[in-house]
Design a protein around this ligand. Structure first.
Ligand SMILES: Nc1ncnc2c1ncn2[C@@H]1O[C@H](COP(=O)(O)OP(=O)(O)O)[C@@H](O)[C@H]1O
Ligand SMILES: [Mg+2]
Length: 551
């Protein structure tokens, strides 16, 4: 009996598994060479010729146009990692790929995928437990430690030469935006400036708005400024003119224009009466209003972005008002200085000396656009790890130390598991060693030799022993100052395991049309409810959106 439409493709059993595993592994393979301090970069060119040069796992995978559904599940691993921690995106994907690779061998020797999945899950749980036991405590007071963590996250990412300086800025930035509610790194904004060297990057405790004052007659700088935030327009609405004016003689027109001017003047007066020295306006400002504002000595900025208004509110303590009729002195915020300054040839408004910054801006300088972009991505990772460290207070040594240690401990644990799951736990242990192995490969070292050294040192109880990618020696990573937050590793293991298990459990791929695209969005209305339901289910499995059509 034929239940599938002619166009659909179906792959089942071993074939489906092997197709998905191959796709997942291919994704991991594509970022593998970027791992670690000696990892290489990728150049990605999009269809319109835009170029991105990066070492950042999640960026590479997002830029690549991946549309195989199983491959997309691996891409999602890096995206989760990016959202949760910010760093470790390559690590997570490389582990997922290796879990699939190890599974392939076991499936070939007839271990059932469900058994494998169970073993992997058990191993992942145990791994997280072991890591939590081994993690080292750090306190928020230990600034030096935080700087080291910030710096490790930037290793090998184009920020090398100024890593120490940038790490200090990152720690300052995170500490500045921390409050009772926690840390929101969105309050750290990054202004990229092409020109100058990375070393000259700086942190401004306050907000920089990428705008200029609207009128040259306004002050360049205001000290001890009362700041108003108005999310509206300093204009008289056009529609009112259309609706009300029916001009019969010139006097009438003049009267009307006078009336309009009066309205604008009133708006400006309300701001001036409330005591505003500076106003950020969300929409436009009429020429006449600009003139009145300048007359009042008010520095005004138009078309401020919503996000800027929010940041300014947080920094200055102002309330964003939507209607000028309501504005009062208490709605205004305060800044010690508001000034228009030149940054690499562009004029920006700096709002500084705010009571409690809570919003800071990093001015990131670099020789070329590509350099600055990549440094920004490194900064992003670095902000993430400092935040996570402050939240959890737990770190691990880097350089493949935790993975090597886990592999040893999990092999012991496997004996206690017994049954066929034992093989899966052992495979999991082997898979984790892909990290030290890849770090060695990428550093041009012999991966077997390095792994043997590492295992021996861990066997002897040296938890912190990791691979120094620069010298090839196995050294104590903690003493060397190479540490990473615990959560980078636990999150990587968790998402990698979930994705691998999900892929392994699939034994049937039913696609409307071929897997490379076609047949997307079949709008033929008569295929009823059931096929839609199937499509929804597949979409939930990641990346198969658009495949639910005729079936
Ligand atoms: N100085 C160092 N020596 C050895 N390994 C390092 C050093 N700095 C970072 N690493 C290791 O590099 C790996 C992270 O590499 P990275 O390219 O940033 O990938 P990810 O996207 O996974 O963060 C981690 O295993 C980390 O411990
Ligand atoms: Mg990293």
């Amino acid at each position: 009996m034929i239940v599938l439409s002619e166009d659909s493709q179906r792959t089942s059993g071993r074939d489906a598994q092997s197709m998905n595993i191959t796709a997942g592994k291919a994704v991991a393979e594509s970022v593998r060479t970027t791992l670690g301090p000696k990892g290489m970069d990728k150049m990605l060119v999009d269809s319109s010729g835009g170029v991105v040069v990066t070492n950042d796992g999640v960026t590479i995978l997002k830029e690549m146009d991946i549309d195989h559904p199983a491959a997309n599940m691996i891409v999602e691993v890096s995206e989760t990692q990016e959202d949760e921690v910010g760093d470790g995106t390559t690590t997570a994907v490389v582990i997922a790929g290796e879990l699939l690779d190890q599974a392939e061998e076991l499936i070939e020797s007839d271990i059932h995928p469900t058994t494998l999945a169970q073993g992997y899950r058990q191993a992942a749980e145990k791994a997280k437990e072991l890591l939590a036991e081994d993690a080292i405590d750090v306190s928020a007071e230990d600034r030096e430690e935080l700087v080291k963590i910030a710096s490790t996250a930037m290793t090998g990412k184009g920020a090398e030469s100024a890593k120490d300086h940038l790490a200090e800025l990152v720690v300052d930035a995170v500490l500045a935006v921390q409050d009772e509610d926690g840390i929101d790194t969105d309050n750290v904004s990054v202004e990229k400036v092409v020109g100058g060297s990375i070393d000259n990057s700086e942190l401004v405790e306050g907000v920089i708005v990428d705008k200029e004052r609207v009128d040259d007659n306004m002050p360049y700088m205001v000290e001890d400024a009362n700041v108003a935030l108005f999310d509206g327009a300093l204009e008289v609405k056009e529609t009112e003119i259309d609706a009300e004016v029916n001009v019969t003689d010139p006097d009438q027109l003049q009267q009307f224009l006078d009336q309009e001017e009066k309205q604008l003047k009133e708006m400006v007066d309300k701001l001036a009466d409330a005591g505003a020295d500076v106003v950020f306006v969300g929409d436009g400002i009429d020429d006449m209003a600009q003139h009145y504002l300048a007359q009042e000595g008010i520095l005004a900025v138009r078309r401020a972005k919503n996000s800027d208004l929010k940041r300014l509110a947080r920094a200055t303590g102002a309330r964003v008002v939507g209607n000028l009729d309501d504005i009062e002195e208490s709605d205004l915020g305060f800044a010690g200085s508001v000034a228009q300054k030149d940054v690499g040839g562009d004029e920006r408004i700096f709002v500084e000396d705010v009571e409690d910054a809570k919003a800071v801006t990093m001015i990131l300088r670099g020789g070329t656009e590509h350099v600055v972009d990549e440094v920004e991505r490194a900064i992003d990772d670095s902000l993430g790890v400092v935040r996570v460290t402050l939240e959890d207070g737990k770190v691990l040594p880097g350089g493949g130390a935790p993975e090597t240690d886990l592999a040893l401990e999990l092999r012991d644990f496997a004996d206690s598991v017994g049954g066929r799951e034992q093989l899966a736990v052992e495979a999991f242990a082997d898979a984790l060693e892909v990290i030290p192995r890849t770090l060695a490969e990428n550093a041009g070292l012999d991966p077997i030799d390095s792994l043997v050294d590492l295992r021996a040192r861990h066997d002897a109880g040296e938890f912190g022993a990791g691979l120094d990618a620069y010298t090839g020696e196995v050294i104590d990573m903690e003493a060397e100052g190479v540490t990473e937050p615990l959560r980078v590793k636990t999150q990587a293991i968790e998402s990698a395991t979930e994705a691998a298990v999900m892929i392994l459990r699939i034994d049937d791929v039913i696609a409307a049309g071929d897997l490379s695209g076609g047949q997307v969005g079949d709008d033929d209305g008569d295929d009823g409810g059931a096929p839609g339901g199937m499509g929804g289910g597949m979409g939930g499995m990641g990346g198969m959106g658009g495949m639910g059509g005729a079936m």
